[in-house]
Design a protein around this ligand. Structure first.
Ligand code: FA5
Length: 349
């Protein structure tokens, strides 16, 4: 008497190796066809006793049904795969759909960032990108802010479990920039001139001029004999190019451990014309671009000899610049994703 269990096993192995409809049909014929293994088993019954016929007949029937069901399921599976393959070859868009959306627009921060990049590129600055997750060394220690230094309280920082942190200011990239360009400075006399825009994160209570996620654009220049007048020249050029009109600016002393001397560069609020409003915390002035001469310790950490080289650095508040440039009264509107706000900038490319 043939072994139905062994036949079922050989069928399973054969079915598993099937990859298309042709192979499936071949197996169907091999097992269920007129001369197939299962049909042959049925014929063996003739020579059995009535008792044997009963048990064997039942086993063959069960096997036949299982084989049938398995072939039907496999057929469905193959059909589904064919449909998926066909879909993957189709274009992802439907050319016959009527246009339902208006032309999109650049985000005001992108617009203002591009303008700044253009201004600095034309003055020979390289544009660099940097990660949003940085080390404590990059964000603080390399910037002359050791562990437990009170200056860390100036920036409410989001720390990660692994000790890294979300970049609280673009200054976090300074050390890497110095290390990247110092050889060309020292060996070939090429000044370091770079800007590096990026997203920053602080655990801030938000208001009309503070967000917890905002953009800054850092800039550095290092060479022999760089002075505060170079810094003032670049700041003035950047502001007059971006605003294309005279704006009132004030420079006052400011403390940042990574510059000496340090300054706060404020602009007269363009929302209220300097009268005072929520956008400028009713002071008439908006802190826009702190800056200063790079601290000798920071140059040293970047592998640059402060006895030989000097430089300036600035940290422009790009999000605030976008507010001023486009008259956005509340900084939170810029992260709101509201098309009402953002679509106003469509034509300004
Ligand atoms: C800094 O972040 C320094 N790293 C800047 C710097 C660089 C100083 C190089 C000296 C040399 P501050 O925390 O003030 O400084 O931020 C710089 C600018 O970013 C501010 O003037 C403001 O325009 C913008 N800014 C800061 N915090 C926020 C915030 N929560 N929301 C929106 N803009 C902000």
């Amino acid at each position: 008497m043939a072994d139905t269990v062994a036949l079922k096993e050989s069928f399973s192995v054969a079915l598993n190796s099937v990859t298309n409809m042709e192979e499936l049909e071949k197996i169907r014929v091999e097992y269920l066809g007129k001369k197939g293994f299962i049909t042959e088993l049925m014929q063996e019954m003739k020579s059995l006793t009535p008792e044997e016929k009963k048990t064997f007949g039942q086993a063959v029937n069960v096997l036949k049904n299982e084989v049938n069901d398995a072939i039907t399921a496999k057929r469905e599976e193959l059909k589904q795969k064919e449909i998926e393959l066909e879909n993957s070859r189709m274009p992802l868009f439907d050319l016959s759909m009527p246009p339902v959306l208006d032309r999109g627009s650049y985000h005001p921060i992108t617009l203002v960032q591009r303008q700044c990049e253009e201004v600095f590129r034309s003055m020979g600055f390289a544009i660099e990108d940097y990660s949003e997750i940085v080390t404590d060394y990059e964000c603080f220690e390399a910037l002359n802010i050791p562990k437990n230094h009170p200056a860390r309280d100036m920036q409410d920082t989001y720390y990660l479990d692994n000790g890294q942190l979300l970049k609280s200011h673009t200054s976090a990239a300074q050390n890497a920039i110095y290390k990247k360009y110092k050889d060309a400075l020292i060996n070939e006399g090429k000044p370091i001139k770079a800007i590096f825009p990026g997203r920053c994160f602080r655990n801030e209570a938000t208001d009309a001029c503070h967000e917890n996620t905002f953009f800054q654009m850092e800039g550095v220049m290092v060479d022999k004999n760089i002075s505060i007048s170079n810094l003032i020249f670049f700041m003035k050029t950047m502001l007059s190019e971006v605003f294309q009109k005279d704006i009132k600016v004030r420079l006052r002393p400011g403390f940042f451990p990574f510059v000496e001397p340090g300054f706060e560069l404020d602009i007269s609020c363009l929302i209220c014309g300097g009268e005072g409003c929520p956008s400028c915390k009713h002071s008439g002035w908006l802190e826009l671009c702190p800056c200063g001469m790079i601290h000798p310790e920071v140059l040293k950490a970047g592998g640059i000899d402060p006895e030989e080289y000097t430089g300036f650095a600035f940290g422009l508040g790009l999000t605030r610049l976008a507010m001023m440039k486009y008259g956005v009264k509340d900084i939170r509107d810029l992260n709101s994703g509201s098309l009402k706000v953002l679509s106003q900038f469509t034509d300004d490319k």
